[in-house]
Design a protein around this ligand. Structure first.
Ligand SMILES: [Zn+2]
Length: 307
């Protein structure tokens, strides 16, 4: 049985927006109907959990709405519900990570993490639930090492910045758009991000298709095993590499992304690495196309871990 964590209050009311907030409830409703999936409600993370990763000034801005430029640095209009909603999205990652440690695999039906930095948000990402969850589990002794595999279309700049000084964690970002300071660079041949000692990046050229993506994954997933397999792997199973996505220069269909996810889950299982995934980005309209990709990740997980 795969546990998937979703809280109905995790989608703040932001009105008409590039980010389709309705996708989370739709994914939860459809995942709950899959044999072998149980959808559960996560606890929110605490302020203390956030303070291990983010500055007090930034947390207070998200809570109070002041100063406004900081409270809206992630490019959401601030509302009083924003703070509690992101406590739940981050809580979903922590709950999924704990479930993965117990059962091998789990899902957080949440997103909005990998562009978030220590003292501000970017790109629809308020707090970095990936690092918040890893940090909490590391601090409490549940894990000694942790890793993030970021397969969102966009480079995970926030995660990379937060891993500086956290040598026990590592990240691999395989991306088709570079992203920095709320600017998206569509052509990764003209701007490619620089790696650090514990974060590696692999840029996918425009028109990357399914077979090429799988080749890149097969070649580079072993990076996650060095120097030893991590105690926990968090995966950003982004839906925005889809060829129909307005941001995507890649040539990937829903079946390619489902194959991608199956390969990742097989890799984790082969090396006995507990794995929890998040939905990450996806901006194709209508939203059903995005929901379908996220359901493909569930199907991939079920095909590897059975019921
Ligand atoms: Zn993205």
């Amino acid at each position: 049985m795969i546990e998937a964590f979703h809280h109905p209050d995790s989608a703040a009311p932001i009105g008409e927006h590039t980010m389709p907030m309705e996708k989370f409830q739709q994914v939860a409703d459809r995942a709950a109907k899959l044999s072998g999936v149980r959808v559960l409600s996560p606890d929110p993370v605490t302020r203390e959990d956030l303070l291990q990763v983010h500055t007090e000034e930034y947390i207070r801005a998200i809570e109070t709405g002041h100063p406004k430029p900081l409270a809206e640095s992630q490019k959401f209009p601030w509302t009083p519900q924003l703070y509690s909603s992101v406590l739940y999205t981050n809580g979903a990652v922590l709950a999924a990570a704990r479930s993965a440690l117990l059962h091998g695999i789990s899902a957080a039906i949440a997103s909005g993490f990998h562009h978030s930095c220590m003292d501000h948000g970017e790109g629809f990402c308020t707090f970095n639930g990936l690092v918040v969850a890893l940090e909490k589990l590391h601090r409490t002794g549940a894990i000694q090492t942790g890793a993030v595999l970021d397969l969102d279309l966009h480079y995970g700049n926030g995660t990379a910045s937060l891993l500086q000084g956290r040598s026990w964690a590592r990240a691999l970002s395989i991306y088709g758009n570079d992203y920095w300071d709320n600017v998206c660079y569509r052509d990764v041949s003209t701007r490619h991000h620089h790696d650090g000692p514990n974060h590696r990046s692999i840029a996918l050229p425009a028109k990357t298709d399914g077979p090429y993506l799988l080749e890149v994954l097969e070649q580079n997933l072993p990076l996650l095993l060095r120097p030893a397999p991590p105690d926990l792997l968090l995966v950003q199973a982004g839906a925005d590499p889809l060829r129909d996505d307005p941001y995507s220069p890649l040539d990937l269909g829903p079946a390619d992304l489902e194959t991608r996810d199956r390969l990742v889950f097989e890799f984790a299982r082969r090396h006995s690495i507990p794995v929890a995934w998040t939905l990450a980005g996806g901006y194709t309209r209508p939203v059903e196309k995005v929901v379908n990709v996220h359901l493909g990740t569930f199907r991939a997980a079920l095909s590897v871990h059975g019921t």
